[in-house]
Design a protein around this ligand. Sequence first.
Ligand code: GLN
Length: 483
Amino acid sequence: MHQMTLAEIARGLADKKFSSEELTKVLLARITQLDPQLNSFISLTEELALEQAKAADARRASGESGALLGAPIAHKDLFCTQGIRTSCGSKMLDNFKAPYDATVVAKLAAAGAVTLGKTNMDEFAMGSANESSWYGAVKNPWNLEHVPGGSSGGSAAAVAARLLPAATATDTGGSIRQPAAFTNLTGLKPTYGRVSRWGMIAYASSLDQGGPLARTAEDCAILLQGMAGFDPNDSTSIDEPVPDYSASLGDSLQGLRIGVPKEYFSAGLDPRIAELIQNSIQQLQKLGAVIKEISLPNMQHAIPAYYVIAPAEASSNLSRFDGVRFGHRCENPANLIDLYKRSRGEGFGAEVQRRIMVGAYALSAGYYDAYYLKAQKIRRLVKNDFMAAFNEVDIILGPTTPNPAWKLGAKNSDPVAAYLEDVYTITANLAGLPGLSMPAGFVDGLPVGVQLLAPYFQEGRLLNVAHQYQLNTDWHTRTPTGF
Ligand code: GLN
């Protein structure tokens, strides 16, 4: 039962082959049995899950239908869930029970999805390895000595290990696509503004975007359908109609123009990954796509720009965690300043503190123009490169990451080494574009992802290309040994 995709579950439920309650019990038992190896969950919500499953079964019995009605999922632990701990992977929020549901959580619950729990993540979504969580590192089900990627590593490890079919995640600089690549999943970062950020604890507000992590493009389409849409509570949500993402999955790729940036194949890319990317290009050519070499000349400046902008926004967003209104408060503060200092010093981990310092520095008088403003200018150049490229091609294709998942601890002493791994993903966030990662093969038993980028609001095109690719390849069907 645990091997079923969301689409298969939807058919099984519609055909009354099993109930949502039965399926939910099987998956909860599986999580209890197998998750101790992975540490992919921070909280399990068994009672809520069984309640929601029974309610979904009752709705079906009374004639309702829907692809998400009775479908078991989990939420990355930065989506606020009413009355349930929403920790953001931080000691700071270990005791925080959200007073309301995030829009994404409310929308999926209304569609009948069943919440099995909250998944582990890098603290405040800062990281690429899921090692900065206060709740401990998450392990990669493909090799327990390796990281699952981050910051949505819990969602990714859980879905890859077949503990559940799909989960929500967020992507500020790659945190949906990179863990998807590291765990053999399909993950989609939508256009900035496509999915509401209301109730999603902010890391870098101008970059953060929620999206689906699942095993197939077909399942990403189902989950995105439930997440996307205008939300008056989010001032950056865009009032654009939501297309039927499943309806365009079957479109032909004949004549599709795929751009491959020459900058993507530079020295930093593992040659074994380069070869797998070439294979996926050939596969898409067989399906009718036309390949064109393009250039994204400002790509080399994206990492430094991102690692100024994201920490700058984070330093501002995280100022609300002051020991007064939310979360951790130190014992016996001597005065107000002592309360702030010790609450934040105790509540935030090392990587979060580092980013707050970098961000506050970049925003301070005298440095603002030199760092923050400069970074914003680079951001515009990165966007312009994409706009020019999309005049010539429909999709941009390349690797999701320069290397496969590294060993736990391998990059802990050198944060910049980890930052450099984001080279292919962060440009889409800087430009606000949608991006998808899908399985493309294996290197030393570890999964490799191929990334597709599309113009604004062309999530349907990304899902269509990925679905057609998956109809003709079987990488996405591989299961990690032991799961
Ligand atoms: N690795 C990037 C960072 O650490 C991206 C994280 C994310 O997308 N949340 O900022």
